[in-house]
Design a protein. Sequence first.
Length: 540
Amino acid sequence: MALLDIRDLSVNFRVAGGEVAAVRRASFQIDKGETVALVGESGSGKSVTALSVLQLLPYPVASHPSGSITVDGVEMIGASETTLQKIRGNRITMVFQEPMTSLNPVHTVERQVNEVLLLHQGMSTAQARARTLELLHMVGLQEAERRLGAYPHELSGGQRQRVMIAMALANKPDLLIADEPTTAVDVTIQAQLLKLLGELQQKLGMAMLLITHDLGIVRKIAKRVCVMQQGAIVEQGDTAQVFGAPQHPYTKLLLAAEPKGRPPQRPDGARPVMRGTDVKVHFPIKKGVFKRTVAHVKAVDGVSLTVREGHTVGVVGESGSGKTTLGLALLRLLRSQGAIVFAELAIDGLGWRDLRPLRRSMQIVFQDPYGSLSPRLSVGQIIEEGLLVHTGLRDRDERRRVIGQALSEVGLDPETQDRYPHEFSGGQRQRIAIARAMVLKPRFVVLDEPTSALDMSVQAQIVDLLRDLQQKHNLAYLFISHDLRVVRAMADEVIVMRDGRVVESGTAEQVFDHPQTDYTKALMAAAFELDVRYVDAVRT
């Protein structure tokens, strides 16, 4: 008997005027200790299928017109709450795609991991604390003891994802459902986590349902793969067979879709748009009753860079290396030391009022599209905020036209501007965030992991879109990413950060083809070869 057996599963969602079919008669099995990957574009039904296993969909808005889901012979569809509680979080656990929205913002890391152990294993507080530390060390969270008292907003995206994985592994589940588990994790940690999950599978006999858009990961760890398109599984089989000789046209399209090419040759003498000199961002560590400053976290420690018109500077490095903090400092969204010059104007000493007229020309696309989009506003309202504040465009019909044009540029239907963020997939939400930034026609854009939540085919589309917009409007990009393949396709220059400092910089060709430091070599090995042994050796 298979551990998980999904047969003829359909999922419909009730919407105004009828129903939408999200999953159409999907069938597949997972045996004990086996890894099965579920791949496909955003909105293809992967996550809905996974949520159906644990019955986490918003019933009765969601329904199952057909199908059966059994776990060791126990039917999940229509199961009692008692049955579901025995399986959820104990036999089957799940790592969600967006850790910031999955973690409780008012609970510390220790409390969130402890909750799993206290609820399912009845541990004492001391036992739970010891086990929590063990789990955090296991998933590679640096300074785990100090992080116990941290809140989710105090962690980077990759660090939050590692906490989620620790929570999921706490009870040694029979099946781990991993929904884009390495989306927010840098390449070296990705290699380590994949190695870790493989070791845990061998040790615990744990099975895994891997939902991902990264076909490189699928090749590395999945025994079998199921390809989904528009809610239906169009092809499945052994990974080597499906990837080596794909039969369905959609599978062939996915395998061919990957950010390719290099940025076009730029003319010499482009003017600087954003320049930072010896930029520092130090966060105080306060202790005691009077909260005296005892030390500082040097998130950014003396970084200098120049971003020119029509050029892209890629910023790479592990989670927590200071990449995002650098971008926020350049935009004056965080206090910093050092000189910051935008369009020949020194802005490091300007106040809020003086900066406001410049905000239209300096935009950012955040890493977490769901957390950065207001759930209470429609897509049109989200995008029009900038137009109302910075352009004074009061004509409603004209605003809708401009918003529709922005949505079309990022590959979305202009008619979707009356829908809300929760009605879109993760990749679609990221495209909305890009449209919000681009609608104001900025000169300088910080792109913080803009493709991390996107499947391969959409990544290629977004890269092409960003290139086109850059060429059309002569935009300057600061491109922050842990996906070095995307950086290679986008960046003219690259800086490599570690612990708040620049360890290597140069043209993209120099850094990618002839890396000088061991740390940069480790990043390249993890990104392009997934050679875990080399990465571990360098990090050790």
